[in-house]
Design a protein around this ligand. Structure first.
Ligand SMILES: Cc1ncc(COP(=O)(O)O)c(C=O)c1O
Length: 388
C-alpha cells in the first residue's frame, strides 16, 4: 500500500539530502569533509540564555502558554523594535512561534488562496517555494542582479499580473545581499498600489558587517498595512535547535496566525520563550563576539576565493553565506557540488536549490569552522585547476 497523499506531490525531497548522504558515507569511511553546507552557527548558545531556560523550567514554566507567546517575551520584542525606533505593540502586533519557519508557514497559509501567484525575490531559500505550494499558491521567481540587487523594471512588470504576495529576505540567504531602503519603499509602494502582501524574512537582521545596518520593511510600512515581518533567534543568538521565532504584523494578520497556531503547535515551548527574553534583554557581549567572528570568517572566505581563478564571488554584506558563480566551469550546480564533495571533501549546496536561474552557483556557509575555511577552500581551488 502507498499511503502518500496528494499533498506530498508539492513537498520535494531536499536536494541537499543526497549531498548530505554522500558526506555522511565519506565520514564513516574516515574521509575529511569540510562542512560549508549547513546554515547554522558553529557556536553554542550563550550560557546566560541556557541558564534562563533552566531557571524557567525549575520555576515550573513547563505548561502550555498563550498561543501568542508569553507576555514577557512579547514585551521584550516590542522593546527590541523600540530601540530601532520602530513602533510595535507586543500585545497585538506579535506572535511567537516554534522557529521563524512556523511564522512564515502560518503567514503564507492564512494569506494565500489556491491558485494565487506569489512572487519570490530570488535567489530564494528553498522552503519558501514549498510553503507557497503547500498553501496551493504558485511561486513566481523575480530574479535579482548579483548581490540581491532588485531589478525594478522586472518587479514592476511582474506585479502587472495579479499577485497576492511577495517574499523578500534581507539580508539574503544565499547571497548575503541586503536590500536598500529605497528598494524596500518601492516594494511597499507597489504592494499598496497592487494590493499584495509582503512577507519580509529578516532572520539575519543583526548579522550585517562593516558597520552597515539593515533596514526593516517595518521602517517603510510602520502601519503594517502590507507587511508581515518574520524573524527569530536561530541565527542571531545561535539557537537553531531551540525552535523559536516570531512574526510582526497588523492585528488582523497576527490574529490569523494565532488561529493557525492554536490549531497546530499550540505555542512555542514555554521555557524556551523565557530563554528568548534573556537573549533580548540580557548581556549582548557573546552576540557581538559571534558577529565579529563571522565578519572575520567572511573576510577569510572572500580572500581565499579571490585566489581561485574563474570564480566570481561578491563580498556579502550580511548573513553568513557566499554564493559564488562557477559558470566558467560549465557544469550544473548539482554535478559540480557532487564532484567537489567526492574529490575534495568540500560540501556545499547546489545553486539550483535557490531558483532555476542559479544553476551555475554554489552556496557556502562561512558559519563553518575557521579550520574548514582555511583548508577546504584552497583544496577546492587546487582541484578546480585540474578542470580548466
Ligand atoms: C532565510 C531563512 N529564513 C528562515 C529560516 C529558519 O529559521 P528558524 O530556525 O527560526 O525556523 C532559515 C534557516 O535556515 C533561513 O535561512
Amino acid at each position: 500500500m502507498d499511503w502518500t497523499s496528494h499533498h506530498m506531490e508539492v513537498i520535494p525531497v531536499s536536494g541537499t539530502l543526497k549531498m548530505h548522504e554522500i558526506a555522511m558515507k565519506m565520514e564513516r569511511e574516515d574521509k575529511k569533509v569540510y562542512h560549508f553546507e549547513v546554515g547554522q552557527p558553529d557556536f553554542s548558545t550563550p550560557q546566560n540564555i541556557i541558564d534562563a531556560a533552566i531557571k524557567a523550567m525549575n520555576e515550573g514554566k513547563t505548561r502550555y502558554v498563550s498561543s501568542r507567546g508569553v507576555p514577557e517575551l512579547l514585551d521584550a520584542i516590542q522593546y527590541m523594535y523600540e530601540k530601532r525606533n520602530i513602533e510595535v505593540n507586543g500585545k497585538t502586533n506579535v506572535i511567537v512561534t516554534p522557529g521563524a519557519k512556523m511564522s512564515l508557514f502560518g503567514g503564507i497559509l492564512s494569506t494565500i488562496d489556491s491558485g494565487d501567484d506569489v512572487l519570490l525575490l530570488s535567489p530564494a531559500w528553498p522552503t519558501y517555494k514549498t510553503m507557497i505550494r503547500m498553501a496551493g499558491g504558485k511561486p513566481v521567481d523575480v530574479p535579482t542582479s548579483p548581490g540581491y540587487v532588485l531589478d525594478e523594471e522586472d518587479l514592476k512588470d511582474k506585479v502587472g499580473r495579479e499577485v497576492s504576495a511577495i517574499v523578500i529576505n534581507s539580508p539574503n540567504n544565499p547571497t548575503g545581499g541586503v536590500l536598500t531602503k529605497d528598494h524596500l519603499k518601492l516594494i511597499y509602494d507597489l504592494a499598496i498600489d497592487h494590493k499584495f502582501m509582503v512577507f519580509s524574512d529578516e532572520i539575519y537582521e543583526s548579522l550585517v558587517y562593516d558597520g552597515f545596518t539593515q533596514n526593516s520593511m517595518l521602517e517603510v510600512d510602520p502601519e503594517m498595512e502590507v507587511t508581515l515581518c518574520i524573524s527569530g533567534f536561530s541565527k542571531n543568538y545561535a539557537m537553531t535547535g531551540w525552535r523559536i521565532g516570531y512574526a510582526v504584523g497588523s492585528p488582523s494578520v497576527i490574529n490569523n496566525l494565532v488561529r493557525v497556531q492554536q490549531n497546530t503547535t499550540s505555542c512555542a515551548a514555554s521555557f524556551v520563550q523565557y530563554a528568548g527574553v534573556e537573549a533580548i534583554m540580557g548581556d549582548q557581549s557573546s552576540i557581538d563576539m559571534m558577529r565579529n567572528a563571522y565578519q572575520e570568517r567572511r573576510d577569510m572566505t572572500q580572500s581565499l576565493f579571490s585566489e581561485i581563478a574563474d570564480i566570481e564571488c561578491l563580498n556579502p554584506m550580511g548573513a553568513f553565506y557566499v554564493f559564488p558563480d562557477f559558470s566558467n566551469y560549465g557544469l550544473s550546480s548539482s554535478t559540480l557540488a557532487e564532484l567537489l564533495l567526492k574529490k575534495t571533501g568540500v560540501s556545499t549546496v547546489p545553486g539550483i536549490e535557490f531558483g532555476h536561474h542559479y544553476d551555475d552557483h554554489l552556496r557556502f556557509s562561512y558559519a563553518a569552522s575557521p579550520n574548514d575555511i582555511e583548508e577546504g577552500i584552497p583544496a577546492m581551488g587546487k582541484f578546480l585547476e585540474t578542470l580548466r
